[in-house]
Design a protein around this ligand. Structure first.
Ligand code: AMP
Length: 215
């Protein structure tokens, strides 16, 4: 089963994707994570991606489509893919339709996490993650049980995304409104869109997402 998680930055797509990975063995296809890996490699392409990401700009469609097309051919995707952060433009949505059809991978649902935009800036600028295992935390809403120690792996170093600062977050929200929100009608026309209140507690969101997957 393949699903798309849609919603602005900070809506909780990554959090919900990680829950589905742990509970259902699905694969999280986060284009943001893939780009951060290329960036961390220090290659020239990685540096170019990094500059665009720090401005909150989108990476060109052709590169993103190729990246996802290749990733979907890896064997783990047979267990079901969660698209997290892709598609982000109309061209990506159309390319994904074609790709899924060509690879005989049906799309079960497009889950839109709806949020109150004003809360997003605080949600994003307060978040950080374990530098070793990637477990996510928040200064206010989700602190580790022992301050400064990762609940999951015990590591004591944490990191923040360079694009999680207020100025870039505002640009990313604007890009979402301009380029990504307009793809929702594309999926509404296919009867695939299901809305979930992304402002609810994580476990409530998890329950609503599970109900959609099990329907
Ligand atoms: P995310 O981790 O999904 O918030 O993505 C971080 C950044 O990576 C975005 O602000 C974009 O610069 C870039 N990015 C991630 N996914 C895409 C995509 N599907 N298309 C274009 N750019 C992307």
């Amino acid at each position: 089963m393949n699903i798309i998680l849609l919603g602005p930055p900070g809506a909780g797509k990554g959090t919900q994707a990680k829950i589905l990975v742990a509970e259902r063995g699905m694969v999280q296809l986060s284009t943001g994570d893939m780009l951060r890996e290329v960036r961390a490699s220090g290659s020239e392409l990685g540096q170019r991606f990094g500059e665009m990401m720090d401005r909150g700009d989108l990476i060109p469609d052709g590169m993103m489509i190729e990246m996802i097309d290749a990733r979907l051919d890896e064997p783990d995707c047979k267990n079901g893919a969660i698209f997290d952060g892709f598609p982000r433009t109309n061209a990506q949505a159309i390319a994904l339709d074609e790709m899924l059809q060509r690879k005989s991978l049906p799309l079960k649902a497009v889950i839109e996490l709806t949020v109150d935009e004003e809360s997003l800036v605080g949600r994003i600028t307060g978040r950080y993650s374990c530098a070793k295992c990637g477990a996510g935390y928040h200064e206010e809403f989700q602190r580790p049980a022992v301050p400064g120690v990762c609940d999951t792996c015990g590591h004591q170093d944490f990191k923040r995304r360079p694009d999680d600062n207020e100025a870039t977050v505002r640009d990313r929200l604007e890009v979402y409104r301009r380029d990504t929100a307009p793809i929702i009608p594309h999926y509404e026309a296919q009867g695939l869109v299901q809305r979930v209140d992304g402002m609810a507690e994580i476990t409530e969101v998890e329950g609503a997402v599970a109900a959609i997957l099990d329907a």
